[in-house]
Design a protein around this ligand. Structure first.
Ligand SMILES: Nc1ncnc2c1ncn2[C@@H]1O[C@H](COP(=O)(O)OP(=O)(O)OP(=O)(O)O)[C@@H](O)[C@H]1O
Ligand SMILES: [Mg+2]
Length: 223
């Protein structure tokens, strides 16, 4: 279970996250929405241990982020919005490379299975020849090598076609239900959010989003 208690975060004098609290149960898929600049990426980076809040506490399964920083780091998977893959390597060589770097080794066959489960079947092809959707899937597959308990995805489906979106969404649902992975992801596509998340967190009081989500009958909490 993820528990965030009253965190604040400012960049110089600009306060981006103000008194943000939330809790998310194991195996839940939560959508994080809000307008550009609302602070979604900032919150995900804090939850991914890449940045520290100025105030407040965060717990994963009652372990404090402050006190068990290294242990928490190993339990978290983060998919940044920008692709972090080797363009000139094949899919297989990318997976081999990151599997060798990973603190938890799963073996190359298990890596291949993850890719297949997402319909990323171009195992031997160089990444540079893949479509944007396939590259996104590889970015996601790499984040799963150490089998994270908490998976944070920053716009994992931006700029990709409906079919790849569906494949990624279904894959995430399966991951949550079979492995109990807790997933938070951001997207500006409310249809996708409606289809694949259990509930939605909205950063900032934003009437436009609140109305849009309520017309879709989506449960939303404002942070
Ligand atoms: N490293 C930084 N230094 C200074 N300001 C920053 C930094 N990172 C983000 N900001 C500012 O903080 C605010 C929140 O940024 P953030 O990237 O978290 O928003 P976001 O909700 O992810 O936006 P988007 O939908 O555009 O991705 C923005 O005003 C941004 O300009
Ligand atoms: Mg962002």
């Amino acid at each position: 279970m993820l528990e965030v208690q009253a965190i604040n975060k400012s960049y110089k004098k600009k306060m981006v996250l103000k008194n943000v609290s939330l809790s998310i149960a194991k195996g839940e898929i939560v959508g994080l929405v809000g307008e550009n600049g609302a602070g979604k990426s900032t919150l995900l980076q804090i939850l991914a241990t890449l940045m520290q809040p100025d105030a407040g506490e965060i717990y994963w399964d009652e372990l404090s982020y402050r006190q068990h920083y290294q242990m928490i780091k190993q339990k978290v998977g983060f998919v940044p919005q920008d692709l972090a893959i080797w363009e000139h390597f094949s899919v297989e060589d990318n997976m081999r490379y990151f599997e060798q770097l990973s603190w938890k080794r799963m073996g190359i066959e298990a890596c291949k299975k993850i890719c297949e489960a997402m319909q990323l079947t171009h195992w031997k092809e160089p990444v540079s020849s893949l479509s944007g959707g396939m590259k996104r899937k590889l970015n996601l597959a790499i984040s799963l090598i150490h089998q994270p308990e908490l998976l944070l995805l920053d716009e994992p489906t931006v700029g990709i076609d409906m079919r790849s979106k569906q494949e990624i969404g279904r894959f995430l649902q399966q991951l949550a239900s079979t492995q109990g992975t807790t997933i938070i992801y951001t997207s500006h596509d409310m249809n996708e959010i409606e289809q694949f998340t259990d509930r939605v967190l909205l950063i900032g009081r934003d009437r436009y989003y609140e109305e849009l989500l309520s017309t879709k009958g989506i449960q939303v909490n404002c942070l």
